[in-house]
Each structure stands twice: as structure tokens, then as C-alpha cells.
Design a protein around this ligand. Structure first.
Ligand code: C5P
Length: 312
């Protein structure tokens, strides 16, 4: 009897920005304790997994040449982690992973983490695993601090390394413009630069996350704009001084406020509404301060199967 090969599964997964990112001191395990408010944005990657006799990873789209396709690709590590978790004992799972990237690589928007989260969701469908999102989040957290958030999406408060999540009420849609830089920034380097800046002086720290959570509930982008804050911004700007100009250009173009996204170098600009975002994007694209510009909105849901029950 012929074995039935299951059809490929495609998952769409959001990027993230940090509306608030408070970084604590360096822990003994090399990580920093965070208090962060994540928002998932409509700038997405799509990940397809298929059964194959030629296992591996292919990458297309935004930054495709700078994504590793070998064993250290985070999506491939997700394949191995899930195979081990469910006791599939192949040394190399017979899976091909195709990444279609819209999220900038090493851009501070958790693109690699998104691909890992999408791979977990896609593979659980491909392998018909009976495994819920909360259980997948346990596997996700071992792959990287931002991977669990990409599973859930929406807006969430993250603590610990960023992997412990509580949903935040945010019924309104916010409109963003994203400015991609010429090159990526290494996340460990940016955290290291923050440690260095803190040893050398006492750079100001963002305050409590509570006002941000209130502004999200109110839905007023003007209120939220006053409260965006990121402790990693000073470190990203220190390593990439041109970001100062980018941040200024976005506000000059009509954004309510701008912030470095996560560890950067992508800058995220909050706009008053969808129309304003289109106008800000057009003006920023002509200002010569970044490689490319995108419009996005949030919050959006986490990783989910394209064409699945919940697909609009
Ligand atoms: O968890 P993830 O692999 O995304 O982290 C990448 C690097 O970012 C870590 O090795 C660490 O240097 C830094 N990091 C940190 N504190 C966090 C998250 C990440 O120092 N909470």
C-alpha cells in the first residue's frame, strides 16, 4: 500500500515591535530581565513546510542572502526541537522549510523568531500533532526569547527574558511606518553596548509600563505616542549614529513619534491614522535616511495556517 504524503502547510506569522522595553541588569546566564510591551504587526513572513527526501531550508524575499540555511537557521532548529519533543527519532527530519521573508533580517522585529514560531505551528499541522499553543510555547521559549510572542501575536506584556507573556487589552488598530536600515544589527552586540553605556555612566531608563497599557486600552495614538520608550535605543543609536537622523526624519514627515524597534536598527513610527501612515511613508522614502519603508498596522494575530479555519 502507498503511504499518503500530507500536503504542504503554509503559516503566516507577524513581526513585532516593542512599544515599551525596559531592560534590567545583566543576569548570570548572559540574559537581561525585561519588562516589555509587544505588539504584533501586519508585516509578515510566510513559512511553508513539506515532507521531502531532500531536507533543508530555502529563503526568498527580504534579506534572503544574509539568512543562514544550515543547521543554525532558527527555523531548522525549530524542526529539530519539535521532532525531539514529540519523540520522532529521525537524525534529520524529512522536512523542507521554505521561508518567504517580508520582515527585515537582524532588524529588531523578531523575524528569525517569527520563522521559528511559524515552523512549530506548520509542523504540528503537517505531522497532525495534538499539541496546543501553550504547549508549543514551552518548545518556543527554548529557541529564543521572542519566539513565544510570535505564536500568540496581539499585544502582550513580556517579562523574564521576554518569553513570559500576559495579553494586554488593545481593541484599537494602530498605524505604523517602518524604516529599514541598510544593514542589520546583532542583538547580543546591542545588549552589550547597553551594558557598556551603563558602566560608563547612567543613561536614563524608561519608567513603568503601566501608562503604556492604559494608552493601549484608550486606543488614542496621540496618548500612546508620548509613552513609547526603549532602553535599547541609546545602545542602537550609539552603534549606528545615523538612526538619530532617521528618527528625526519620521517625525518631520508627520509621524506622532518614532522609536527604535527592539535592538534595532529598524525604526517604527506611530501615525495618527492609516492615511497619515501612507503620507509619512512616502515622505520618509524620499528623505534618503533608510533603505526602504513599509506601512503596517497592529495588533494582528500570531502564527496561523493560511487557509485554515481562522484565516480571514
Ligand atoms: O533569546 P535570543 O536568542 O533572542 O537572544 C539573543 C541574545 O540577545 C542573547 O544571547 C542575549 O545576548 C541577548 N538578550 C538578552 N536579554 C534578553 C533577551 C536577549 O541579553 N532578555
Amino acid at each position: 500500500m502507498l503511504a499518503v504524503v500530507p500536503p504542504p502547510v503554509t503559516v503566516r506569522v507577524p513581526s513585532k515591535i516593542n512599544l515599551h522595553l525596559s531592560v534590567g541588569d545583566l543576569r548570570s546566564d548572559g540574559f537581561h530581565d525585561l519588562v516589555t510591551v509587544f505588539q504584533a504587526l501586519s508585516l509578515v513572513d510566510e513559512v511553508t513546510v513539506a515532507v521531502t527526501d531532500d531536507p533543508g531550508v530555502e529563503v526568498y524575499g527580504e534579506g534572503q542572502d544574509s539568512v543562514p540555511t544550515g543547521a543554525n537557521n532558527l527555523a531548522w532548529r525549530a524542526v529539530q526541537a519539535l521532532a525531539a519533543y514529540v519523540g520522532r527519532d529521525e537524525s534529520e527530519p524529512k522536512v523542507r522549510v521554505v521561508l518567504r521573508k517580508g520582515i527585515p533580517v537582524a532588524g529588531g522585529m523578531a523575524g528569525g523568531s517569527a520563522d521559528a514560531a511559524a515552523t512549530l505551528v506548520a509542523l504540528s499541522a503537517l505531522w497532525r500533532l495534538d499539541i496546543g499553543r501553550d504547549e508549543l510555547a514551552g518548545v518556543a521559549a527554548k529557541l529564543g526569547s521572542d519566539v513565544p510572542f510570535a505564536l500568540y501575536g496581539g499585544t502582550a506584556l513580556g517579562t523574564g527574558r521576554g518569553e513570559q507573556l500576559v495579553p494586554v487589552l488593545s481593541r484599537h488598530t494602530f498605524h505604523w511606518v517602518l524604516a529599514f536600515d541598510q544593514r542589520g544589527l546583532s542583538t547580543p552586540r546591542v545588549y552589550g553596548e547597553l551594558d557598556r553605556l551603563r558602566e560608563a555612566g547612567d543613561p536614563p531608563r524608561v519608567g513603568s509600563h503601566a501608562p503604556v497599557v492604559e494608552a493601549l486600552a484608550s486606543g488614542d495614538p496621540r496618548q500612546l505616542a508620548l509613552l513609547l520608550g526603549n532602553d535599547l535605543q541609546a545602545a542602537a543609536v550609539s552603534l549606528r549614529p545615523g538612526l538619530r537622523r532617521t528618527l528625526r526624519a519620521g517625525v518631520n514627515a508627520g509621524a506622532l513619534a518614532g522609536t527604535v524597534s527592539g535592538s534595532g536598527p529598524t525604526c517604527a513610527f506611530l501615525c495618527a491614522d492609516a492615511q497619515s501612515a501612507v503620507e509619512v511613508a512616502a515622505e520618509l522614502a524620499g528623505a534618503g535616511v533608510c533603505r526602504t519603508v513599509r506601512v503596517a498596522h497592529g495588533p494582528v494575530p500570531g502564527a496561523r495556517v493560511v487557509g485554515g479555519e481562522n484565516d480571514p
